[in-house]
Design a protein around this ligand. Structure first.
Ligand code: ADP
Length: 294
């Protein structure tokens, strides 16, 4: 069982932005969802775990080894799928994987070939192995991204916003692949898509302005909110009134009307109906907490 311990890490960029403020997390095998809005500090945390940048203070221990002191250790154990690969070259999937495998230090030609073919099979790209990656669709590129991240049998895989830009079928296929991988290693999924975390992750953290707001099992968070979420359809113009009067956690436009969710431990009356909470309610009620204490 792999074990990643993040202990009280902080980072202030030279422009004064406090991107991480005392983040602590314990992560084991399985899929871990890191949920937060743009700018919350997710990529900073991912890059720090990947050994690509160092925190100002704090420690990260992977399987007993301090990886801030030994960044090479985590680099050897890690697969990283960044948000954007940038330019895709005009060479075949097979040859690009071979090139990346050499960079990862897989020296034996036969081992390289065996691993690459197995990964192309796993990511459903085997029949496209001789096609240039710059002709791949968005979904194929993401699956190629996973194939390259899996080179060298990493024990920890980091994927940053992987399903952005994928159509529903591609997203589904990609998510299935991730959850299959997550059975044997640590997979950290950084995203702002609540639904992906709900469908895939056994553990999650909500991060806001460089601080972990909450950490635990999605199901436990949902249970905690049972009997506390109420919904109502209102006119758009009425929103300021409800915002003032209640703990409004979200509002969604619905055929020209607003469907609002509020947090209340007791029945708010006023034609609100009780609603079973979902992970979106968890996320938005956590953000509400940050506003109240801001
Ligand atoms: P997320 O991945 O959740 O969108 P980031 O980690 O990219 O968040 O960014 C967190 C905060 O740090 C943001 O305010 C962002 O503008 C800032 N930031 C990120 N990278 C840098 C950098 N290299 N220099 C200065 N500020 C940065």
């Amino acid at each position: 069982m792999n074990q990643l311990e993040i202990k009280n890490i902080s980072k202030t960029y030279s422009n004064g932005v406090k991107a991480m403020q005392g983040i602590s997390l314990n992560i084991q095998n399985g899929m871990f969802g890191l949920l937060g809005a743009n700018g919350a500090g997710k990529s900073t945390l991912m890059r720090t775990i990947a050994g690509l940048q160092t925190p100002d203070t704090g420690e990260i221990i992977f399987n007993g080894v301090n990886i801030i002191e030994n960044p090479l250790y985590i680099k050897q154990q890690l697969g990283y799928l960044p948000q954007d690969f940038g330019v895709y070259p005009n060479i075949s999937a097979f040859h690009l994987l071979e090139h990346l495998a050499i960079l990862k230090g897989i020296a034996s030609t036969s081992e390289r070939k065996q691993q690459i073919l197995a990964l192309l099979e796993k990511t459903n790209l085997y029949e496209h192995r001789n096609k240039a990656v710059n002709t791949f669709s968005g979904g194929m590129r993401q699956r190629f991204g996973i194939a390259q991240a899996l080179l060298g049998n990493p024990q920890i895989i980091i994927v940053d916003e992987p399903t952005a830009g994928l159509d529903p079928e591609e997203r589904n296929r990609f998510n299935n692949l991730l959850s299959e991988i997550g059975e044997q290693v640590i997979v950290i999924l950084s995203t702002h898509i609540v639904e992906d975390v709900k469908n895939l992750c056994s553990q999650m953290a909500i991060i806001h302005k460089g601080v972990v707001q909450a950490c635990g099992k999605p199901q436990d968070f949902i249970k905690e909110l049972e009997n506390c979420i109420w919904e109502k359809e209102i006119d758009k113009k009425e929103r300021p009134f409800y915002e003032k009067q209640y703990q409004l956690i979200s509002s969604q436009l619905h055929a020209g009307r607003l469907k609002i969710h509020i947090y209340s431990k007791s029945n708010p009356n006023n034609e609100f109906t009780p609603k079973h909470p979902d992970l979106e309610d968890v996320y938005f009620s956590q953000l509400l907490n940050t506003k109240q204490y801001a």
